[in-house]
Design a protein around this ligand. Structure first.
Ligand code: NAD
Length: 251
């Protein structure tokens, strides 16, 4: 799949991994449509990259449809990279009080249902594309987390939402293969993004030191580099790839 002259939707594109992916796509000559709840940062980055920003809550069908319509107005939609997500402060099961179910539902709604919502709307549109000579019509890249396999204390909601994103990958890839659409998931380890940067520096340093190699936090551009490799390689399909410097967390 070629990035140049193709349109890519990037959810969560206002910040962190999504913003880095948007820079990569624009740098390769693609057109970006950023979809995020953060209007100011999203609009500023879209303007910088000569792209489009659509204020969107990924859990809303109407918002998702508006994003796809905006993408189709730009040219041929060839891909969506789903980076929108939340990682709320850790809540230990059994200790979190009466709002536990609300929080759990919110995390699953944004991280899992939001990912599915945007992926299937983009897939419907991309299925109508003319096939490239590789047979491809489009690509979906979702974002899980190493928490999908290695959930820590307090991460019941986040880890299970991300495990479900990993679980979505293979069946969705099989469903969409007849339409020439690949589905892949990246499971990042610990990356330097606003999601993490609220932590005290010594905690960040300690987390970085836990990574076998390279012994530091991941850089958002390294996520984008893997997204690029996935987009460009038609044989990658239905897989969740850990991008984590071989970190294996202890509880
Ligand atoms: P980030 O907070 O910098 O970016 C996430 C973006 O998602 C934000 O711009 C936010 O406004 C947007 N967003 C949140 N809820 C939304 C909604 N309902 N609709 C639309 N947009 C919404 O975080 P990040 O680190 O770039 O995270 C990107 C993805 O990577 C997330 O899914 C996160 O869970 C995952 N991830 C991050 C790390 C890490 O270490 N940073 C590790 C593993 C997985």
């Amino acid at each position: 799949m070629q990035i140049q002259d193709s349109v890519f939707i990037i959810t969560g594109g206002a910040s962190g991994l999504g913003a880095a992916t948007a820079r990569m796509v624009a740098g390769q000559g693609g057109k970006v449509v950023l979809a995020d709840v953060q209007a100011e940062a999203g609009a500023a980055l879209a303007a910088e990259l000569n792209g489009v920003f659509v204020k969107c809550d990924v859990t809303s069908e109407a918002d998702g449809q508006a994003v796809v319509a905006a993408a189709l107005a730009q040219g041929t939609l060839r891909g969506i990279v789903n980076c929108a997500g939340i990682a709320p402060a850790a809540k230990t099961v059994g200790k979190e009080g009466p709002h536990a179910l609300d929080l759990f539902q919110r995390v699953v709604m944004i991280n899992l249902v939001g990912t599915f919502n945007m992926a299937r709307l983009a897939a419907d549109a991309m299925s109508k594309n003319a096939a490239l000579d590789t047979g491809e019509r489009g690509i979906i890249i979702n974002t899980a987390s190493v928490a999908a396999f290695d959930g820590q204390i307090g991460q019941a909601a986040y880890a299970s939402s991300k495990a479900a994103v990993a679980g979505l990958t293979l069946p969705m890839a099989r469903d969409l293969s007849r339409n020439g659409i690949r589905v892949m998931t990246i499971a990042p380890g610990i990356f330097e993004t606003p999601m993490l940067m609220g932590m005290p520096q010594e905690v960040q340093d300690a987390l970085g030191a836990m990574v076998p190699f390279p012994p530091r936090l991941g850089k958002p551009a390294e996520y984008a580099l893997l997204a690029k490799a996935i987009i460009e390689n038609p044989m990658l399909n239905g897989e969740t790839i850990r991008l984590d410097g071989a970190i294996r967390m202890q509880p």
